[in-house]
Design a protein around this ligand. Structure first.
Ligand SMILES: O=C(O)CCC(=O)C(=O)O
Length: 258
């Protein structure tokens, strides 16, 4: 085991956890250089950019999806065994596959917060258990877009997905009336620290009020054996996946197993 049991217990209880120094400073510098290359390369064709400058989604997130298929150094980190092994230990899965990576930049200027949401409702998976690693390239705090999590909300189950541009208030949902939003935990991070969060955990990120992009790589992992639910998704559409069958193959690579 590479993680202390206390970290696994914290994740299981709270639905998120902070992990320090999984990547070395040299690795982080290499990743930081590569993510800049991917994000600043207007010719990159494979890594899908979800919105262009000026768009409403772009004000929340300037995002490129599946950078690992575009850039060898991104692949080195999106398929990194240390990160996937941590995801396996936290989730208790017997193997971990990558669903997709995404570079998540919050641009300076007219920046909007990432509203309170769960991730899992967006993902075309039957079984819950998927989780994200959220890896900033630099220090993050309330000023430039650090995250907040509501402990224990991973136990709420799958709720209606939130529109990230015109968000509903997740705390106003009838089933969430027992949740006190003041229990949310703000998680500023220093370079070298990262978080993992369960796809069901309520989370939020502050707007970026700094003068520089907030640069993050997020990796979405799921337990081996998770089945495709057949719903449309930008990552799975047109890939010939069969509903109710487990995800498999090189597009959703098995990175680590017990
Ligand atoms: O980086 C952000 O602003 C939000 C990230 C997020 O929602 C996620 O990684 O699930």
């Amino acid at each position: 085991m590479q993680l202390p049991q206390s970290k696994i217990d914290f994740y299981q209880t709270n639905g998120f956890v902070q992990i320090d120094n999984l990547l070395t400073p040299a690795e982080l510098d290499e990743l930081s250089g590569a993510i800049d290359e991917v994000m600043l390369d207007s010719t990159a064709e494979v890594a899908l950019q979800t919105d262009k400058a000026g768009g409403n989604y772009y004000k929340v997130l300037n995002q490129r999806v599946n950078t690992w298929r575009d850039h060898g150094v991104m692949a080195k980190f999106s398929l990194n065994e240390k990160i996937a092994r941590a995801a396996m230990e936290l989730s208790g899965a017997s193997g971990i596959r990558l669903f997709h990576d995404h570079a998540l930049w919050k641009m300076p200027g007219d920046s909007k917060p990432t509203p309170w949401h769960q991730d899992f409702p967006y993902w075309p998976m039957h079984e819950p258990g998927a989780l994200s690693a959220w890896i900033p390239m630099h220090d993050v705090d309330e000023e430039n877009g650090c995250m907040m999590f509501v402990p224990g909300t991973q136990n709420k189950g799958k709720l209606t997905g939130i529109d990230l541009v015109n968000p509903q208030d997740i705390f106003a949902f009838e089933e969430n009336k027992d949740i006190n939003r003041n229990t949310a935990v703000k998680v500023p991070l220093k370079k070298g620290q990262m978080t993992f969060h369960n796809g069901l955990t309520f989370h939020y990120a502050h707007a970026n009020k700094s003068s520089q992009p907030r640069r993050v790589l997020a990796l979405i992992f799921f337990p081996d054996g998770t089945r495709f639910n057949g719903k449309p998704h930008v990552i799975t559409d047109g890939k010939g996946l069969v509903a109710d069958e487990p995800f498999k193959g090189g597009l959703f690579p098995l990175i680590v197993k017990k």
